[in-house]
Design a protein. Structure first.
Length: 212
């Protein structure tokens, strides 16, 4: 399965690069003109509990040297207009085709975690990262929208981190381990199709202020 999956990753990523290079070039030019440099954002992620790599994305936020952790409401003001569109369509992920070719990640697997969370939950990620990380995965198609809703209510980086650790990490890990037990090319293909199909967005309930 591992060799077949890797062969699929290489061939399919080469095919997509051949087909989508005008899109990649166009997005890069638009970001350069509208938002300036850098066009590509590199984020350190973990391939295993002790093997880091740089994950590539199109830049979707204004630069901040102090940036760290996952994205919640505290970072929403830094997302550019171009970036908001790219995130909504998941086009910011396209440079990860290069990561797939390098073998850093696969098309399907657990999302590669930040070093901070691997260091906080080493035993958990020791199990989760037995599967090569992926651009998408079972946790992505099942839990991603719920995660966005949870983090959208977090107004500070500290609150975002606390909610992510307490509510997102364990739930995503459970789904990643379920994927690990049942992984197959057929399951991978179904997950990829669900990722690119447009889901019905979940609506976050507004907080209602009660009269005093």
């Amino acid at each position: 399965m591992t060799a077949t999956k890797r062969l699929f990753d290489i061939l399919f990523s080469l095919l997509l690069l051949a087909l989508l290079w005008p899109v990649l070039l166009g997005i890069a030019v638009i970001i350069l003109i509208r938002d300036g440099r850098p066009v590509i954002f590199r984020s350190e992620r973990m391939r295993t509990v002790d093997q880091p790599f740089f994950l590539w994305k199109f830049r979707t936020m204004r630069n901040d040297a102090a940036d760290s952790g996952v994205t919640g409401r505290d970072k929403a003001g830094r997302i550019t207009r171009t970036g908001a569109y790219l995130r909504r369509k998941r086009l910011d992920e396209l440079p990860q085709l290069w990561n797939i070719l390098r073998g850093d990640i696969s098309f399907v697997g657990p999302r590669p975690p930040l070093r901070r969370y691997v260091e906080l939950f080493p035993d958990l990620y020791e199990d989760v990262l037995q599967s090569r990380p992926g651009v998408t995965g079972l946790a992505t198609v099942v839990y991603h929208q719920h995660e966005e809703i949870l983090l959208a209510d977090c107004e500070t980086a500290q609150e975002t981190d606390r909610v992510y650790r307490a509510r997102c990490v364990p739930q995503k890990a459970k789904l990643d381990l379920i994927y690990q037990q049942h992984r197959s090319l057929c399951l991978d293909w179904n997950i990829m199709l669900k990722t690119v199909s447009k889901p019905t967005p979940l609506k976050r309930k507004r907080r209602v202020k009660l009269p005093k």
